[in-house]
Design a binder for this molecule. Structure first.
Ligand code: 15L
Length: 264
């Protein structure tokens, strides 16, 4: 049977990396964004929706006939409190509410390491920081990610929805700096992890880290492994190419000192 997956924020960085990687013969990707989306490739089974995840009518229509939602949309960095509240927190409520009303059984939420950005790297220990370490946000952005994890938990407990919160480390083609040698999630591993989130038979509610199998790992791999995620990449192969730098005291690195509420 054909499966339909709605991806919010599909024109963003991670959405763009995942779009070709989540293609399956028996799958339609419904891609939603307020930004323009590249037109379908030949033989690409996609549906493009231009609209805002903060609009309940847009989301109600977008969730129709959908099997799962991959909610990547929202501000991906620090912004004003008003914007963060409206787009990230209220917007995620709108997404979850539309999914619930449409009977969508599974929602995967893009959380972030910044929900726990004030966790100390030195506390990681040999097993790494647990994925469900209580929030210690480093920014308004981090607060919004902690809040959406709580919203996801509520929608699981009240409505039985499967909700997986992925505390994404740093997902780019290659690690940007020394800090990312610990937190990098390669695009291919990102696809492996989101695929595991989509295919696990009964995940319930859980929080997992979204990172590759990095030599300098500070995040526990166990919770994502329980989902069936087997990362294959390691940021270490880029280490020699990166400018020298020190590991930060806190997981959130520069976010922990960036001014609050100022877009960066
Ligand atoms: C994030 O949550 C951001 O969305 C991304 O732009 C990076 O800054 C990443 O964290 C990171 O910590 O490297």
């Amino acid at each position: 049977m054909t499966q339909r997956i709605l991806i919010t924020g599909a024109a963003g960085g991670i959405g763009t990396l995942l779009r070709p990687r989540l293609r399956r013969p028996d799958r339609i990707l419904r891609l939603l964004d307020i930004a323009p989306l590249p037109p379908p490739q030949p033989d690409e089974a996609v549906e493009l929706v231009h609209g805002s995840l903060t609009d309940p009518e847009v989301m109600a229509a977008a969730c129709r006939d959908v099997d799962a939602v991959l909610h990547l949309g929202g501000h991906s960095r620090e912004n004003s409190w008003r914007e963060t509240l409206s787009v990230n927190i209220d917007g995620t409520h709108t997404v979850l509410e539309a999914a619930r009303a449409a009977g969508v059984g599974r929602v995967v939420l893009a959380s972030s390491n910044h929900a726990a950005g004030f966790r100390e790297v030195a506390d990681a220990g040999p097993g790494g920081l647990p994925a469900d370490s209580p929030p210690r946000p480093d920014t308004y952005y981090g607060v919004s990610k902690a809040a959406i994890e709580a919203l996801g938990s509520l929608y699981h407990s009240r409505f039985g929805m499967d909700v997986i919160c992925v505390r994404i480390g740093s997902c780019f083609e290659r690690p940007a700096d020394v800090r990312a040698l610990s937190l990098w999630m390669s695009p291919d591993d990102g696809a492996r992890l989101f695929e595991a989130c989509l295919t696990h038979p009964a995940p319930g509610y859980r929080v997992v880290w979204g990172v590759s199998a990095n030599t300098r790992q500070v995040c526990s791999p166990d919770e994502a492994a329980e989902l069936g995620y087997l990362p294959e990449d390691d940021a270490e192969r880029f280490a020699a190419e990166l400018p020298p730098g020190e590991q930060h005291r806190y997981l959130g690195g520069p976010f922990t000192t960036a001014p609050l509420g100022i877009p960066n």
